[in-house]
Structures are given as structure tokens and as C-alpha cells.
Design a protein around this ligand. Structure first.
Ligand code: FE2
Length: 367
């Protein structure tokens, strides 16, 4: 376990999640009107950036960036062709990007780019990056001397008439899918390079259904700012949902991002009104859940109406719900989560959830 005095790889939090997409203007519109994000910054030809357009969206502590290239011969265009819209960068805010990069490389991380200083009238930001699973990177962003909207080159957007916040407040965890037999390689990567430790380990016994199986390990920073579960497919009767993702994305990558809410009932009600589609939950789920979970503050009727799942561990309970993939390829989706003390990931819900994912997989003809 690490703490402030012994941590050799201090991470202050998630800096941003950057998506490389086919049409950032439209993706930003969707995240503003459906998920309630506010457009706060923009970079593109109008601001002196010639090769791409990037939109910075915020909701409380969650920052998403959507970027599109303006030509065919561009790394963003190639990424989009291979993966579809997806997460390129899970960026961390660090106190010293140069030092973070130096330590990561010394510990064997593959470099993506060396520390670069970006400056404008609002100060300076130092950014370095390492390569992670698939084509995903982790940037280390040092922004303590910067007061601008996001990074030099971005112009602030003063007011967003489209944004309708839904109460999303922060990133709880970011989950990746890796290939067959790659779980240990990637858990060692986060343990060895970022100094993370294993928080939870679920075997295929825990989280398999009749048809599909997977294994999952949760790596975390020891203090709870960063939690990165890793999924690997396991042998089942039919194609695992992790395999379906790997086929569609074309490589390992981010599977889902869990975002916390202080009032999940209100948040999910608004998201549903905005047209966000969630996995359906069989009505029988709530009969079992009441027995399994016991007393909770929320109304069971509201949870059942909205399809919100509940689970309890030794420390409390949690509420969670999963969206359908938000692209046509069955790749990235979202989890909305509210914790009442529980620190787990809804193990008791895995089976119920996966059975409902399989129903969706079957409708796509991939089971
Ligand atoms: Fe999750």
C-alpha cells in the first residue's frame, strides 16, 4: 500500500480522457446533450491548430476531450479507421511530469513522447507520455503553473447553451480489455511501473455465465484516486463479450469508464430523458437483489423503474448501471456509479449484468 510519504509515483488524479473520433463536432454535441457535459474549450484552425479540431468537455471533475484530424494522412484518421471512435489517452495529472516520465522509463515503460513544455500567456504545462495496452497511451500532465482552460492552444468557451448537466461528478474507474493470456503482463505493467497494487481479483468462476467467461483484476494506486480494472477473456461455451470487443476494436483498449454521481436516481432519470440507452435488467433481478442487499436509502421502485443495479460488500453498498456501447462497433460504454461505503465493483451484479449483455450480444448475432 502506498501513501503520500512512500509513494514513488505520485498521481494526483485523472487529468483527462481523450477520444480520437471520426467527427469531434458531432461527438461533442452528443456528450453535451445526452450526457450533460459542458463545452469549455476548443482548439482547431480558428485557434491556429492546422491539423485537427479538439473539443474540451467538462462535468464537475470529469474532463473529456474529443479530437478529429482534418486530413486522411494523419495518425488520428488511421486510429479511427482501425478502432472506430475510442479512447486514445487516459491522462494522469502528476506533480512533476519530467520525473514521472524518467521513473516510468527506468522501470521499463515504452516511451510515447519525452517531456514537452507548452506555454502561453496563462503559464506552462509539461506533458510526457508512455504507451499502454493496444494503441492507448498514458500522458503525464503537470499543470500546477497553468491557469488556462485546458492546454496552450485551446481557447475558452464562455457559455455553452446546449449543456444540461446530469450530476456526473468524477471518474471512479477506467476498465481495459486485454487479449488472451495478457492479464499478468498488464497487471505487472501497472504494478512495476506505476507502483499500483492488486485491489481485487475475480476469477472466471466468479463472473461467468452459461455462455461467456472473463477474468478481471483491479489495479489501484493504493489511495483510491485511480482504479484500473483489467479484463481478459476466458473460455466459455460461446464467444466472450471481451472477445467481441477485441474483434470490434481491433486491439486491447478501454472498455468502459465508470463515472460517479451523488444522486444516481436523478442522474439516470435525466440520462434516460436525454436518450441514453442502458442495458436492460430482468424484473426477477430485483426480487433477488432485495434479499441479497437488504435495507437501502433509495426506493426499490425507482431503481427497478430505471434499471439501476445494487450490490453490498463488507463496507456498505453501491448502486450502478451500464449503458449500451455508444458507438456502432460494440466497444466503449459507460457505467454510472454511486457508492454508499462499498469499495467493490458490484461482484454480485456481474452475473445478472453479463446475462443482460449477452442478450444484447445475441441481438447483434455475435454470441
Ligand atoms: Fe466498472
Amino acid at each position: 500500500m502506498s501513501d503520500a510519504t512512500t509513494d514513488t509515483f505520485p498521481i494526483l488524479g485523472y487529468d483527462a480522457v481523450e477520444f480520437w473520433v471520426g467527427n469531434a463536432k458531432q461527438a461533442a454535441h452528443y456528450y453535451r446533450t445526452a450526457f450533460g457535459f459542458e463545452l469549455v474549450g476548443y482548439a482547431g484552425p480558428e485557434t491556429g491548430v492546422r491539423d485537427r479540431a479538439s473539443y474540451v468537455l467538462k462535468q464537475r471533475a470529469v474532463r473529456f476531450v474529443f479530437s478529429t484530424a482534418l486530413s486522411a494522412d494523419h495518425e488520428i484518421t488511421r486510429h479511427q479507421g482501425r478502432h472506430g471512435d475510442g479512447v486514445r489517452d487516459v491522462a494522469f495529472t502528476v506533480p512533476d511530469a519530467e520525473e514521472a516520465f524518467r521513473i516510468a522509463i527506468e522501470r521499463g515503460a515504452p516511451p510515447h513522447h519525452e517531456p514537452e513544455v507548452h506555454e502561453d500567456e496563462h503559464g506552462k504545462v509539461v506533458i510526457a507520455a508512455i504507451k499502454a495496452y493496444g494503441d492507448t497511451i498514458h500522458s503525464f500532465v503537470q499543470r500546477s503553473d497553468y491557469s488556462g482552460v485546458y492546454l496552450p492552444g485551446f481557447e475558452p468557451v464562455d457559455r455553452d447553451p446546449l449543456a444540461r448537466p446530469v450530476g456526473l461528478s468524477g471518474i471512479d474507474h477506467v476498465v481495459c480489455n486485454v487479449g488472451w493470456g495478457e492479464m499478468d503482463e498488464w497487471s505487472s505493467f501497472y504494478a512495476g511501473i506505476l507502483g499500483f497494487s492488486e485491489f481485487r481479483h475475480f476469477t472466471d468462476e466468479d463472473i461467468s455465465t452459461e455462455y461467456t467467461a472473463l477474468m478481471s483484476k483491479v489495479l489501484w494506486d493504493g489511495v483510491g484516486r485511480i482504479k484500473l480494472p483489467i479484463n481478459e477473456p476466458a473460455e466459455g461455451k460461446r464467444k466472450s463479450q471481451i472477445e467481441e470487443y477485441l474483434d470490434a476494436y481491433g486491439s486491447p483498449g478501454v472498455q468502459h469508464i465508470a463515472i460517479s454521481s451523488g444522486d444516481i436516481v436523478e442522474t439516470v432519470r435525466k440520462l434516460r430523458e436525454n436518450g441514453v440507452q442502458f442495458l436492460s435488467v430482468p424484473p426477477e433481478y430485483y426480487e433477488d437483489a432485495k434479499e441479497r442487499v437488504g435495507g437501502i436509502d433509495e426506493s426499490w421502485d425507482a431503481l427497478a423503474e430505471l434499471g439501476i443495479l445494487v450490490d453490498r460488500d463488507d463496507e456498505g453498498y453501491l448502486l450502478q448501471i451500464f449503458t449500451e456501447p455508444v458507438e456502432d462497433r460494440p466497444t466503449v460504454f459507460y457505467e454510472i456509479i454511486q457508492r454508499h461505503g462499498a469499495t467493490g465493483f458490484g461482484l454480485g451484479n456481474f452475473k445478472a449484468l453479463f446475462e443482460s449483455i449477452e442478450r444484447a450480444q445475441e441481438r447483434r448475432g455475435n454470441l
